[in-house]
Design a protein around this ligand. Structure first.
Ligand SMILES: Cc1cc2nc3c(=O)[nH]c(=O)nc-3n(C[C@H](O)[C@H](O)[C@H](O)COP(=O)(O)OP(=O)(O)OC[C@H]3O[C@@H](n4cnc5c(N)ncnc54)[C@H](O)[C@@H]3O)c2cc1C
Ligand SMILES: NC(=O)c1ccc[n+]([C@@H]2O[C@H](COP(=O)([O-])OP(=O)(O)OC[C@H]3O[C@@H](n4cnc5c(N)ncnc54)[C@H](OP(=O)(O)O)[C@@H]3O)[C@@H](O)[C@H]2O)c1
Length: 528
């Protein structure tokens, strides 16, 4: 994509370069981001500029829409096929595959009569001699050292400080980097899934691609047990997408169930699917339990087409190797909430991590590291303003540790939580650093008074200092944490500081912020 992008935006491409090309651009965007579908819009315009002929206006899929990107994609695809089939009709000897007929599965599972003698699974995860640093293909099995709740027991939010031992892993990281963790399904969910689908968890199989050249997922050992497949690979705790219902309908031998599944797959059924599935956050496993005749008849070959793989989860690394050699720490908010369903909803990765207790025996977690979107200046005295409410403070703990160890000065931290005595992470560490003159801390305890006080209120109150640091002392500004509301509110507070303290007009204040962003002096890492 990078190469393509660089090439397509070369200035010297003649405006007729693509005059023989028909194209259509489908953007998969999210309107909670400032530049909604920026890439799709820009690409569409550029292809037009180069003489391409647009079959349709660009489709701007929006993850924030109640019905997801499908709300825009459905009508767009309908129009697209009409155009495409008009221009390039299907040859008469080839029919269009009718709805309701599944495509062949991507893989076949060849079941083995007995378990292999050598345990391929343990060998696979442990890896013989990994070439280079741990990666998605070859994660490091990190021993968990501690898993400590850091919110008070009476606080509604369970937040864990988790430490891993990374001795001998080849892992290395700097402040702002992120660790990726591949979680597992709960054992009871694995059992339930196997029961509903009529699978024997202890049976082994080898996975064969149906088409030559299709690679098998690297995360799966060969041979693999059904238990391993379901525990480590199939995301049975995710909320199923519409394509799941489409394929399930094709595979269903039960008339009533099939009818309902077809309804959920149709464009007209999307409101109903939303209230059945997305709003209450019903999982793949729960849906399969609701359609037992269909679930019991799903051919094993289709499992990998039907159920997406478990996604790794990212966590900002909360410690520095300079302060904690051979250790990697993260601060995890355990996702737990209720919908109208009886069972509370639990986040897959955070709940799995929280459930692991290294005090009861060795615990290992597959992980690897990648650069995050925050990078810190190396100069000794460039100030940094870090704004991290809640678990958003995690990357700044790493940054403060790193900067203090290197003797870098000008560390300003804005931290927000609900109550000083409930969820003030690393309070004693911050206070100690303040005492030593290594850190300036500003706190916002949102629920300690009638009116909410957030980090952005503190930024406004400290407007003269913030403006001085940014405008006169060349400070870098960082923001991390919950993507909902907070980033926009903090940006708004910043531009108001530019107006009030810098005397800038509204548009000039916005340009000032844009310039900080362009020059990497405003950086953010936010998550939903
Ligand atoms: C770069 C980056 C850094 C991150 N750093 C951290 C970090 O330092 N600490 C941290 O705790 N997390 C961090 N996260 C978030 C983390 O990756 C996971 O998303 C988070 O732990 C939840 O994962 P899970 O598997 O437990 O939940 P999932 O099973 O993935 O469920 C989470 C989903 O549940 C839904 N949900 C959650 N709460 C509600 C609610 N109240 N009502 C309705 N729906 C809800 C949302 O759709 C959400 O996406 C980071 C994310 C990124 C991208
Ligand atoms: N999906 C969501 O909408 C959502 C929202 C919040 C939290 N969460 C979940 O809660 C867990 C912990 O989240 P977290 O550690 O990031 O933060 P958090 O603990 O939820 O919040 C940290 C602090 O930020 C405050 N805050 C709320 N809205 C803000 C805003 N617009 N601007 C600035 N500060 C604001 C909170 O105040 P008050 O709470 O008093 O308002 C609190 O004092 C995570 O599991 C997260 O997914 C989810």
């Amino acid at each position: 994509m990078k190469n393509f992008w660089r090439f397509i935006f070369r200035k010297n491409l003649p405006p007729t370069s693509l005059c023989q090309m028909d194209f259509a651009v489908l953007g998969l965007g999210d309107s909670s981001y400032a530049k909604f579908n920026f890439v799709a819009k820009k690409l569409h315009r550029r292809l037009l500029q180069l003489g391409g002929s647009a079959l349709l206006p660009a489709c701007l899929g929006d993850d924030q829409h109640e019905l997801g990107p499908d709300a825009a994609i459905d009508p767009w695809l309908h129009d697209l096929w009409e155009k495409v089939l008009g221009l390039y009709p299907v040859p008469p000897d080839l029919g269009v595959i009718p709805p309701g007929v599944p495509l062949p599965s991507k893989f076949t599972l060849r079941f083995l009569p007995e378990a292999p003698k050598m345990c391929s699974e343990e060998q696979h995860v442990a890896g013989a001699d990994p070439p280079g640093p741990p990666s998605e293909q070859q994660p490091f099995l990190a021993p968990m050292v501690t898993n400590q709740r850091v919110t008070s027991p009476s606080h509604f939010q369970d937040v864990r400080l988790i430490e891993f031992d990374i001795t001998g892993s080849g892992l290395s990281f700097a402040a702002g980097d992120v660790v990726l963790i591949r979680p597992q399904n709960q054992a009871s969910h694995v059992q339930q899934f196997c029961r509903v689908l009529g699978l024997d968890p202890d049976q082994f199989f080898t996975l064969l691609p149906r088409e030559p050249g299709v690679p098998c997922p690297t995360q799966l050992p060969q041979p693999c047990s059904v238990r391993h497949l379901v525990s480590h690979y199939l995301d049975v705790a995710s909320v199923p997408r519409r394509s799941f219902f489409e394929l399930l309908a094709c595979l269903s031998p039960h008339e009533l169930e099939r009818e309902k599944l077809l309804q959920f797959s149709a464009p007209q059924g999307q409101e109903e699917l939303y209230s059945y599935c997305n709003r209450p956050r019903r999982t793949v496993l729960e849906v399969l339990c609701d359609f037992p005749h269909t679930a019991g008849a799903v051919p094993a070959d289709y499992l990998l087409d039907l159920i997406p793989p478990i996604r790794p989860r990212a966590f900002s690394i909360a410690s520095s190797l300079l302060a904690h050699p051979s250790r990697l720490q993260i601060l995890v908010a355990v996702v737990h909430y209720r919908t109208r369903l009886k069972e509370p909803r639990r986040g897959l990765c955070s709940s799995w991590l929280a459930s692991l207790d290294p005090g009861r025996g060795p615990v290992q977690v597959p992980l690897w590291v990648r650069p995050g979107s925050l990078t810190f200046p190396e100069t000794p005295d460039t100030p940094v303003i870090m704004v991290g409410p809640g678990t958003g403070v995690a990357p700044f703990r790493a940054a403060v540790q790193e900067r203090v160890a290197r003797g870098q000065t000008g560390n300003f931290l804005f931290f927000g939580c609900r109550w000083r005595d409930q969820d003030f992470y690393w309070e004693s560490e911050w206070l100690e650093l303040e005492r030593k003159g290594r850190l300036t801390l500003f706190t916002a305890f949102s629920r300690e008074q009638e009116r909410k006080v957030y980090v952005q209120h503190r930024l406004r109150e400290l407007g003269p200092l913030v403006w001085d640091l940014l405008d006169r002392r060349g400070a870098y500004f960082y923001l991390a944490g919950n993507a909902k509301g907070m980033p926009a509110d903090v940006s708004e507070a910043l531009t108001s500081v530019f107006r009030e303290e810098g005397g800038l007009s509204g548009p000039d204040a916005a340009n000032y912020l844009a310039r900080l962003q362009r020059t990497m002096r405003f950086q953010s890492e936010t998550w939903a």
